[in-house]
Write a protein of this length. Structure first.
Length: 141
């Protein structure tokens, strides 16, 4: 880790608008993430088993279930001296989160909490794997 720099300063989860879903219906939430200039995080899926992919983990709550997150395609990234490219995310990244509300889900707002796991790297070093808290606001109507 670089002196004086915490890994959570490298990745920021941007605020998202509440998502409405009907009881018995489905919707999609969008989680926007910003990776600091000069850094990248590994795409999901990662280019190798030894790499830590960006991974969103959220918990179901009060009749709202989550589908598997949909990650965008990564961008090729090559370190000097590498023979091949890694697939990474840089800049703004958007993860789509499918939501399903049970038919019995009561109306109202709830917060789905979890974490975004990642490992940020620059052209010279990688920071320790880290996580940032994530919360999605869902309103069953």
């Amino acid at each position: 880790m670089h002196a004086g720099e915490a890994s959570n300063e490298v990745l920021q989860v941007l605020p998202s608008a509440p998502v409405e879903v009907r009881a018995g219906g489905s919707a999609e939430a969008r989680l926007a993430v910003l990776v600091k200039d000069g850094y990248h995080v590994q795409a999901n899926p990662a280019s190798g088993n030894f790499l830590v992919p960006l991974r969103l983990e959220l918990k179901a709550r009060d009749g709202v279930r989550l589908g598997r997150p949909i990650y965008p395609p990564g961008q090729p990234y090559r370190l000097p001296g590498m023979e091949g490219d890694w697939t990474t995310y840089q800049g703004r990244v958007e993860i789509v989160v499918p939501l399903v509300a049970d038919a019995s889900a009561r109306k109202g707002t709830r917060s789905l909490a979890g974490a975004l796991h990642y490992q940020a790297c620059d052209a010279r070093t990688c920071l320790f794997p880290a996580s940032v808290p994530v919360s999605l606001t869902v309103k069953v109507v």
